[in-house]
Write a protein that binds this ligand. Structure first.
Ligand SMILES: Nc1ncnc2c1ncn2[C@@H]1O[C@H](COP(=O)(O)OP(=O)(O)OP(=O)(O)O)[C@@H](O)[C@H]1O
Ligand SMILES: [Mg+2]
Length: 310
């Protein structure tokens, strides 16, 4: 089992009387890509800002790459950050920008140049190294920001909504890049997002946040399967005079719970929907319509961030 690179213990942040992050605890292992998933205002950015030592926590503590939160300068030396809204000096070229940041981390001029050239190639900007950032597209700027976050060869990288505002091709490029970085360099990546497919595509673990709290955490596979087991649900519509009979037939099946309202029978089943449909049809009931809820991480996300109502 790879070592722990990130640990948060009851991390909290209040802004005045508003709680932005409420006693969040989690552990991330080396080389993992963890998705911080949640709707607007969930506390993702605040969590990242605390872990990257931009904001001091109101409560709790954390460690990054084995360095405790009481040594923020040492943490900063070991992390790379792509902030939620990064600004870039428009008049610098990509090369100048990265060299400047390399120099800030104590690299010699030559080292800074070599690092910049290598990183520009890695993020697919080699051919734009000598053009001004003002001419870069949004996707190119995001890739430049990721290159900047890699300048100090970090153990942990924080990317706050790296694909926000990008078209599907641009999003794919960023996600592929993130995966490559995690695999090739063994960098641990914390990526915040409010879109689910992104988590399913690149993350190995997920932390779903809502209103400052962690509502679910685990490996993506775990979260998906927990949810699949508990939330396979669907709605069957039958003629009103057959509702009672349909409900009776369905209730006899193992692991199935049934709710009835007018002509709709809502069922929740632990193992799939197919046997439900055949049971209803076998009983000679007319099935007017049948809808299954998408039984994926998306359901878990929606169910949990709506305060459990579904
Ligand atoms: N500097 C601040 N002062 C006051 N309140 C803040 C500050 N920063 C964040 N908040 C509040 O903390 C809560 C969490 O905000 P945060 O930016 O962490 O959410 P988020 O999950 O990143 O949302 P988004 O998806 O919109 O980026 C929100 O209610 C927000 O208004
Ligand atoms: Mg945010």
């Amino acid at each position: 089992m790879p070592g722990v690179t990130l640990e948060a213990r009851e991390l909290s942040k209040w802004f005045g009387s508003r709680t932005a992050v409420d006693s969040v605890s989690f552990t991330v292992h080396e080389g993992e890509v963890i998705g911080l998933l949640g709707p607007n205002g969930a506390g993702k950015t605040t969590t990242i800002r605390m872990l990257s030592t931009v904001l001091a926590p109101t409560g709790g503590d954390f460690a990054v790459a084995g360095v405790p939160s009481s040594r923020p300068a040492d943490i900063r030396a070991r992390i790379g950050v792509l902030p939620e809204s990064a600004g870039y000096p428009p008049h610098q070229t990509g090369l100048e920008y990265l060299m400047y940041h390399g120099r800030l981390f104590g690299l010699s001029r030559d080292e800074a140049r070599q690092t910049a050239v290598r990183l520009l190639a890695q993020v697919g900007l080699a051919d734009r190294a000598q053009t001004r950032i003002a001419t870069y597209s949004r996707g190119m700027r995001q890739r430049l920001g990721i290159a900047r976050a890699l300048v100090n060869n970090p153990s942990v990288m924080f990317l706050d909504e790296p694909t926000l505002g990008l078209d599907p091709a641009g999003q794919r490029e960023i996600l592929t890049l993130v995966r490559t970085i995690a695999e090739a360099r063994g960098t641990t990546v914390v990526l915040s997002t409010h879109t689910l497919p992104e988590v399913e595509q690149v993350c190995s673990a997920v932390l779903i946040m809502n209103e400052g709290k962690v509502v679910v955490s685990g490996s993506v596979a775990e979260v998906t399967s927990t949810e699949a087991a508990s939330r396979q649900s669907g709605r069957l519509r039958v003629p009103p005079d057959q509702v009672a009979r349909a409900s009776e037939v369905l209730q006899r099946l193992p692991g199935v719970s049934v709710e009835v309202s007018k002509d709709v029978v809502t069922v929740t089943s632990a193992d799939g929907m197919n046997n439900l449909v055949s049971a209803v049809l076998d009983a000679g009931i007319t099935l007017l319509s049948f809808e299954v809820d998408g039984a994926r991480l998306s359901d878990a996300f929606l169910a949990m961030t709506r305060g459990g109502t579904s």
